[in-house]
Design a protein around this ligand. Structure first.
Ligand code: SF4
Length: 370
C-alpha cells in the first residue's frame, strides 16, 4: 500500500495577524529539541512506501540547513519512496538563503510552496507578513538557480480595503512570474486571532465572489487551469499530495498536532509541545481524537472531499469502493442540487457547476450521512 506523509513544523518568525495554524515563534534550543523529537517519531513510525510527502507548518524553511537535511534523511531511511515521489516543502520569503534552498534540493525536496499572499508591500504589512514582494522575487529567483522547477505561491484575496482591480492586478503580476502553481484563498477571520479583535473593512459577499471568479479568469489567461476550488496549475503541475487528501489516500501525519487518515481511522498528534517532546518515540501515546470511520463516514468524506476537485467524484470508483451508486446513497441530495444547477454529471464524474462553487459548503454539507 502506498501512502502520503505530512510532517508538521510548528515554528514561525512571528504570528501573522490572521493566522490560526498551529505555529509560534521559538528559540533555537526549542527548535533543536523539536527536530530531535520528530526524528524519534519518524524512527518509531517508519515503514512502508510513500508516494508524496509534504513538510508544512508553520514555516519549515525557518529550520537550519542541518535540521532540514536531518529530517529528510531520516524520512528516507525509515520509509521507501516511490521513484517519482513528490516531496513538497512550505517556505516563506525572508527565511530562504541560497545555501538553504540548495540543501533542500540536495536532500530530495522536489516542490516548493512559497507563501506570497500579496504583491503589494502595504498589504503584506497589514497581514503581518515578515517579507516584501521583493523578498519573494529574490527567493523565487534563488530557488530557480538551485534547480527547483516546480514552485507554487499562495495568494490571498478579500483583504481589508482590497478592490477588485487591485486583486486582478495582483493575479496578473503573480501569474507573470513563471510559477507552476498558484493557490488563491479568501481571507477568513478566525476566532482568537488578532484580526478577530480589530475592526476591518472587509469586502461584502458580492465583491468576494467577484474576486473569486476573477482568479479563475485571470489565471486561465496565463495558462493555469483550476483543478480544485482554490488551486490552479499549469498542465501536469497539480499538487499530487493535496489531490491525495481530496481523494482519501491514506496519510500519516508526523509532528506536533499532525492529523492522519490511516487504515480507516482518523487521529491527530497531541498539540501539547511538552508532551510531544517527551513521548514522540511512542506514537500511540501522542495520538489523540481517534475516530474509527464507519462506511457512512467514508461515503460522506468521499463526496465532500471529492467535490472540492473541479473534476468531481468519479462515480465508478465510488461504486467499486462501496458496492453502491452515488444515487443509491445520496439520491435526494444529488437530485436537489442537479435541480438547482449547482451539481452536474459529466463524463462519469459528479461535480460542482460554476454556480455551485460559490455555495460549495452548502452543497457539500448535503452529503453528510452522520
Ligand atoms: S507564516 Fe503561515 S503559519 Fe506562520 S504565522 Fe504566518 S500564516 Fe501562520
Amino acid at each position: 500500500m502506498r501512502f502520503e506523509l505530512y510532517v508538521h513544523i510548528p515554528f514561525c518568525v512571528r504570528k501573522c495577524g490572521y493566522c490560526d495554524f498551529l505555529s509560534a515563534p521559538a528559540d533555537p534550543e526549542t527548535m533543536e529539541k523539536y527536530v530531535d523529537a520528530l526524528v524519534r517519531e519518524i524512527r518509531a513510525a517508519g515503514g512502508g512506501t510513500v508516494c508524496t510527502a509534504y513538510l508544512g507548518g508553520g514555516t519549515p524553511s525557518l529550520l537550519t540547513e542541518k535540521q532540514i537535511i536531518r529530517i529528510l534523511d531520516e524520512l528516507h531511511r525509515q520509509f521507501s519512496f516511490t521513484p517519482d515521489a513528490e516531496i513538497t516543502m512550505e517556505a516563506n520569503p525572508g527565511t530562504l538563503s541560497w545555501k538553504k534552498l540548495c540543501a533542500m534540493k540536495e536532500a530530495g525536496v522536489t516542490r516548493l510552496s512559497i507563501g506570497l499572499q500579496s504583491v503589494w508591500d502595504w498589504e503584506l504589512s497589514l497581514l503581518g507578513r515578515i517579507h516584501t514582494f521583493g523578498d519573494f522575487r529574490q527567493s523565487l529567483s534563488t530557488a530557480r538557480t538551485c534547480g527547483f522547477d516546480n514552485i507554487s505561491a499562495d495568494l490571498m484575496f478579500a483583504l481589508p480595503g482590497q478592490t477588485l482591480p487591485l486583486w486582478q492586478e495582483t493575479l496578473r503580476i503573480a501569474a507573470g512570474l513563471g510559477l507552476e502553481h498558484i493557490s488563491a484563498y479568501g481571507l477568513m477571520i478566525e476566532e482568537g486571532t488578532p484580526f478577530a479583535s480589530r475592526h476591518l473593512e472587509l469586502p461584502d459577499e458580492e465583491l468576494w465572489y467577484a474576486m473569486y471568479e476573477s482568479a479563475g479568469e485571470v489565471l486561465s489567461g496565463f495558462g493555469f487551469q483550476p483543478y480544485e476550488i482554490s488551486n490552479y496549475a499549469r498542465e501536469g503541475r497539480q499538487c499530487r499530495h493535496n489531490i491525495g487528501y481530496w481523494t482519501r489516500v491514506d496519510y500519516l501525519g508526523l509532528g506536533l498536532g499532525a492529523a492522519s487518515l490511516w487504515k480507516g481511522e482518523r487521529f491527530s498528534n497531541t498539540r501539547n509541545l511538552e508532551k510531544y517532546l517527551t513521548w514522540s518515540a511512542c506514537p500511540d501515546t501522542i495520538r489523540e481524537n481517534r475516530e474509527i470511520l464507519s462506511v457512512e463516514d467514508e461515503m460522506s468524506e468521499t463526496m465532500f472531499l471529492g467535490l472540492r476537485l473541479r473534476r468531481g467524484v468519479e462515480e465508478e470508483a465510488f461504486f467499486r469502493r462501496f458496492g453502491k451508486t452515488t444515487d443509491d446513497v445520496f439520491g435526494e441530495a444529488v437530485r436537489t442540487h442537479t435541480g438547482f444547477g449547482t451539481l452536474e454529471r459529466r463524463n462519469g464524474f459528479l461535480r460542482l457547476t460554476p454556480k455551485g462553487i460559490p455555495v460549495s459548503n452548502a452543497v457539500m454539507s448535503s452529503f453528510l450521512l452522520t
